[in-house]
Design a binder for this molecule. Structure first.
Ligand code: DHB
Length: 390
């Protein structure tokens, strides 16, 4: 009896061998992250890479029997390069998931490749509302600029800010910021008296700030992408705009945790709205910040790191839910509807829109233990992208 079982098993094993070999070769699960590792947006790439590696170090690199392989490619935030890299990752490397995308034009350039190849694409940084509509395979773990802009436009008029000039980077997320802030502020009885747009590449804020000084609004509302906030703050203070009674407000990109601590005391009191602060007072965030800072000396995680860390979580859990056997469509289905506690607080991937639903916090720059932080003082819970309702 024993022998027959043994023989039967041996026979099965013989037949199973070629398939087994094929399986062994096919045992990797590849995540291709396209990030700006060089150029003006490099801090975004650096933050997301560090966060993705931290997630893997904490959660292991084997999920549902698959070995996770992370491939990182640098697009320098240049959309034609993004598109070529996405193609190469799908066709040559046969990645299971695409991720990253530091700026909106990069995410939009890769969207058709995700659709054609049925590859889930996780946007971990870019924040223009319309991105998720560019492909049914896009899932977002960052935020949408309208989520933050609308929250701030509700806060401002209740806090003595009625007359505002907007100053935004002249591309997708900046145009979203300008429009959603203005619409909501106007609805709330406030007024945008001028709307200024600065070029994305190598912006010189000086002439724009001079103009704002002359107009003398209650506040200047700013959207600039991650990495550009320190330059705005410096020139704002150099011109003595704060002393002239003009408040600086914005989406949290302007008081980016990656740069905030070096902005100096002049940044104290700046109010912004955003989904992530390194000072978010939850146990999960404390653990995240400590581990991130330990693994990356001299760096503080910013909202880009949060988007990268949570993006990896969404991918890992989709792989786990599909038991390592899923197609792109199966993985996508398992990404939709995920609900979990992020370092930012609770978050949810809306199954209908594939976009992130999350808390938006109002924060003020304060000094804590000798360092500058965005300290949260109010919260709007479970905010959907206001752009999806339009
Ligand atoms: C985008 C880029 C950023 O660095 C940011 O802070 C917000 C939005 C973008 O291009 O979508």
């Amino acid at each position: 009896m024993q022998k027959r079982v043994f023989l039967a098993t041996a026979a099965l094993a013989t037949f199973a061998l070629p398939a087994g070999l094929a399986l062994a070769q096919d045992n990797s699960f590849k995540i291709g992250l396209i990030l700006p590792m060089t150029g003006q947006q490099a801090s975004t790439g650096k933050q997301i890479e560090a966060a993705a590696r931290l997630y893997m170090a904490q959660n292991g690199n084997t999920v549902a029997g698959k070995k996770i392989e992370l491939i990182i490619k640098d697009d320098a935030a240049t959309p034609d390069v993004t598109k070529r890299l996405a193609q190469e990752l799908v066709v040559n490397d046969k990645v299971n998931v695409l991720g990253g995308f530091g700026v909106t034009p990069a995410a939009l350039a890769a969207a058709p490749i995700a659709t054609q190849s049925k590859t889930p694409l996780v946007v971990m940084a870019a924040a223009t509302s319309s991105i998720t509509q560019a492909s049914p395979y896009i899932v977002r773990t960052s935020f949408t600029v309208p989520q933050a802009a609308v929250a701030l436009a509700d806060w401002a008029p209740k806090n003595g800010i009625k007359k505002v000039v907007t100053l935004v980077s002249d591309y997708g997320p900046g145009i979203d910021a300008e429009r959603f802030f203005k619409d909501r502020l106007t609805f709330n009885g406030g007024q945008v008296v001028d709307a200024l747009r600065v070029p994305l590449r190598s912006p010189d804020f000086a002439p724009f700030l001079q103009k704002v000084r002359d107009i003398k609004p209650d506040a200047l509302f700013v959207f600039v992408p991650s990495g550009a906030g320190a330059a705005v703050m410096k020139q704002f203070l150099e011109r003595g705009m704060d002393k002239a009674g003009i408040k600086l407000i914005g989406t949290g990109d302007v008081t980016d945790d990656d740069q905030l601590n070096d902005m100096g005391e002049g940044a104290l009191g700046v109010v912004t709205a955003h989904h992530y602060s390194a000072a978010h007072p939850s146990a999960a965030n404390k653990k995240f910040v400590e581990a991130f800072e330990k693994a990356n000396k001299g760096m503080r995680p910013n909202f880009m790191a949060a988007g990268g860390y949570d993006g990896m979580r969404v991918i890992y859990e989709a792989l786990r839910a599909t038991k390592g056997k899923g197609t792109g469509d199966d993985l996508l289905a398992a990404m939709k509807g995920q609900i979990f506690e992020s370092p930012r607080g609770p978050m949810f991937i809306d199954a209908q829109t594939r976009d992130v639903v999350q808390n938006i916090y109002l924060r003020k720059v304060e000094k804590k233990d000798g360092q500058l932080f965005n300290v949260e003082f109010d919260v709007i819970k479970d905010v959907k992208d206001p752009g999806k309702a339009k």
